[in-house]
Design a protein around this ligand. Structure first.
Ligand SMILES: C[S@@+](CC[C@H](N)C(=O)[O-])C[C@H]1O[C@@H](n2cnc3c(N)ncnc32)[C@H](O)[C@@H]1O
Length: 252
């Protein structure tokens, strides 16, 4: 007997599997962080020279840069819009965002160079340990001012407060959430609170291609009295992310 053809309405609906895009998908800014060792590489930091200097980490997330830097007598402060929430809420956010991000990284392994880690698993262990160090310190130090709630493009600090200002994995990666004007305002604000250099890493988008507005951004910063330089760094986790943008107030 011929098989009964199902009426169209009774046929099971085709399973639509969303096709992953070519780049990393960053629908929102993740609460994701790295260790001081990774910061030292992606910002080409001379840690010994920073002893006793004031350093600001902007968009610091659950990075352990600040706690580890303070242990080395660097006067580090971290700022992030999520600071102010309780430690438990931040730990839960770490869990959600790390699971999502590392899932994506495993699915899109070819987007990563991993020249600082033996494997993605090793990177995950290292970054989860960084987040744990952050959570423990955050609980103890939030009320001492080491962790400040705030967001670009307006930072709650006086002009020239810090010797060095760092900003990792925020600018340029989220062009969908932050437009050109936001990037320009953010660059100017980072320089305002710095008495020395601002270092921003990486300079590419989630597709690994250079930020398309970079030439215009550097020109408009120059018109605002800010000198910029693209510097190579000996670090590449995300393929193409092997440079940083250095900003400083131009000499009069
Ligand atoms: C991907 S994480 C990077 C964390 C850390 N800088 C690192 O590289 O390991 C980006 C962080 O930027 C924070 N963020 C989002 N919007 C921000 C804004 N407007 N100003 C400053 N930080 C922001 C997020 O809360 C998140 O913790």
């Amino acid at each position: 007997m011929p098989a009964l053809a199902l009426a169209p309405a009774l046929r099971p609906a085709p399973r639509i599997v969303p096709r992953p895009g070519p780049g990393l998908e960053l629908p929102a800014v993740s609460f994701f962080g790295r260790s001081l060792a990774e910061y030292a590489q992606c910002f080409a930091l001379d840690l010994a020279a920073l002893k006793g200097r004031d350093v600001l980490d902007v968009g610091a997330g659950p990075s352990s840069f600040t706690v580890e830097a303070c242990a080395r007598k660097i006067d580090a402060v971290a700022i992030d819009p999520l600071y102010g929430e309780g430690a438990e809420a931040l730990a839960a956010r770490v869990e959600t965002d790390y699971t999502r991000m590392f899932g994506q990284m495993r699915a899109k392994r070819r987007l990563f160079r991993l020249n600082s880690f033996s494997s993605l698993a090793a990177a995950e262990i290292d970054r989860r340990a960084a987040a744990q160090r952050f959570i423990a310190d955050y609980e103890a130090r939030f009320y001492h001012g080491r962790y400040v709630g705030g967001a670009l493009p307006r930072l709650p600090f006086f002009d020239g407060t810090f010797d060095l200002v760092l900003c990792a994995h925020l600018l340029f990666l989220h062009a969908a959430q932050f437009d050109f004007d936001w990037h320009l305002a953010a660059g100017r604000e980072l320089v305002r609170v710095s008495a020395g250099e601002v270092r921003i890493h990486p300079i590419c988008g989630p597709d690994g291609k250079p930020y398309p507005g970079l030439v215009r951004l550097r020109r408009e910063l120059r018109d605002a009295g800010i000198a910029s330089e693209v510097r190579a760094v000996d670090y590449e986790f995300f393929a193409g992310a092997n440079t940083m943008l250095v900003l400083r107030r131009a000499a009069p």
